[in-house]
Design a protein around this ligand. Sequence first.
Ligand code: PGA
Length: 258
Amino acid sequence: MRRRIIAANWKMNMNIANGSIYLNNLNKLTSIHRNLEVIIAPAFTLLHPLSLEIDHRKFSLAAQNGYFKDQGAYTGEVSFAMLKDLVKYAIIGHSERRIYFNEDHQMIRDKVAAATRNGIIPILCIGENKSERVANETKKVLSDQLTSALYNLTSDEVAKIVIAYEPIWAISTFGGEIPKPTDIQKAIDYIRYQISELYGLKIANQVRVLYGGSVNSNSVSAYLALDGCDGALVGGASLNYLEFSKIIEKGYLIDKLG
Ligand code: PGA
C-alpha cells in the first residue's frame, strides 16, 4: 500500500525562530498516523535545527533543492551528499527552479540521480504552463519531463520516487483559476501510464503521485479522493500551522473513510 503524503513547501519563508515555533505548535495539533506521512520542506538554514527538534515519528524533512555534484568548488551550493543526514526527501524540478534558476531537463536528471545515490527520495515536480495547456500539450510536457528526469534510475529506484503534478498556472493563484479534479485525475492517470510504459505496471503502482497548486484546507479533500492521488504538496497554505494542521486532518479523514 502506498503511504499518503501531505507535504509543506515553505519556499523562501521562515527563519529559525519562526520555523521552530511553527513546528512546536503543529506538533501539538498532530498525531502519529501509520498511513499518512507529513513532510516539511523548509529552507536549508532550518534543516539542522529542525532535525534536532522535531518528532521524527510525526514529521519527515525535505530539502527544497540540492546540487548534483557531491562536493567541490561550487561556491554557494549544497549537495545531496551534505543533506543526506538531515533529510529523507528533496523537492527537485520545482517550476520556480526551472523558471527562475534555468534548471533544464539535464540538470534535473542529474539532481534526481544525485539525490537517489545519496539515499534521498526525490519529490519530482512536473507540470505544464498555461500556454502548453491551451495548446493541448500537457501530456507531451509530462512525458518529456518524466522520461528525462528518471532516465538514470533503475526500476527499483523509480519505485521509491514521489512525483508531484503541479500545473504551473495553478501555483499560488490566491483564489484564481485552479484545475478541475477531473483534469488532475487525467494527469495522474497519464503519469502512472507513462511510468508503466517505461518501467512496468508493478513499479507504476508503487510510485506515489501528489497534486500541488493552490491547495488549501477547503480544496484538499477533493484531490485526495481522486483515484491514485497519494497526497498533496502545499505551498502558501502551509505557512500557517493552523491551516496546515487542517489539511493534515483531511488526510487522516480520507484514510478513515477509505
Ligand atoms: P502553492 O504552491 O500551494 O502556493 O500553489 C505549491 C508549490 O509550489 O509547491
